[in-house]
Design a protein around this ligand. Structure first.
Ligand SMILES: O=C(O)c1ccccc1NCC(=O)[C@H](O)[C@H](O)COP(=O)(O)O
Length: 211
């Protein structure tokens, strides 16, 4: 299973978290986020971390040209689209970045959201379900209604996000079978600063599932 820890802001924490077992490290490129990294910071932090984990840049409603520029400067492995990007936009991005994994995020409120995100199945490599919050796009600690997702089974890999913590991960994964999980605020001291004890506890609690 893919385990993405998002909102990494230092090389040191990225290396430690990858050594603990994270497969993916996420970097927030959205300026309104308290976990935001500017281009200079991304160019310094991401390249060394591509050696230890899959690196994911989180974007929201950027242009194709800007995303392609950031990927070229940082060697990000994956682009996570967290805004209102259209199917056509994803197709354009695919053409611009044929070697880069693309994940489309949808913030789930209703059952129709679970159908809408699946209209992207043929244009992206994976889907990510996050919780809806009126004031912030992500990293909110808001939990999804897991029961609502019980029939969600897209034909491409999907990740579960939204308010996951070391304490609730077992309950979430006993109800759902995503291809990956994504955590941010549930393993933090403060936005952008991860609590390594909580990350350690997450992996301890996942031990039986990771085998
Ligand atoms: O984390 C942010 O600050 C953020 C800001 C703007 C867009 C996306 C953002 N995070 C994306 C993620 O992938 C988070 O891991 C995801 O929203 C889950 O966060 P949390 O509920 O805190 O675990």
């Amino acid at each position: 299973m893919r385990i993405k820890i998002c909102g990494i802001t230092t090389i040191e924490q990225g290396i430690e978290i990858a050594q603990m077992g994270a497969t993916d490290l996420g970097f927030i490129c959205v300026p309104s986020s308290p976990r935001y990294l500017n281009l200079t910071q991304l160019a310094a932090i991401v390249p060394p971390l591509t050696e230890v984990a899959n690196t994911v840049g989180v974007f929201a409603d950027f242009s194709v040209a800007t995303i392609a520029h950031v990927v070229a400067l940082t060697s990000l492995d994956t682009v996570q689209l967290h805004g209102t990007e259209s199917i056509e936009f994803c197709q354009e991005l695919r053409q611009a970045l044929p070697e880069t994994e693309i994940i489309k995020v949808w913030r789930i409120r209703t059952n129709s959201d679970l159908e809408l995100i699946q209209t992207y199945n043929h244009v992206v490599d994976g889907l990510l379900l996050d919780a809806y919050h009126p004031d912030a796009l992500g990293g909110t600690g808001q939990t999804l209604d897991w029961q609502q997702l019980s029939d969600f089974a897209p034909p491409i890999p999907w990740l579960l996000a939204g308010g996951l913590t070391p304490d609730n991960i077992d309950t979430a994964l006993s109800q759902l079978h995503p291809d990956g999980i994504d955590l941010s605020s549930g393993v933090e001291v403060s936005p952008g600063r991860k609590n390594l004890d909580l990350v350690d506890r997450l992996f301890a609690n996942l031990q039986s599932r990771l085998g």
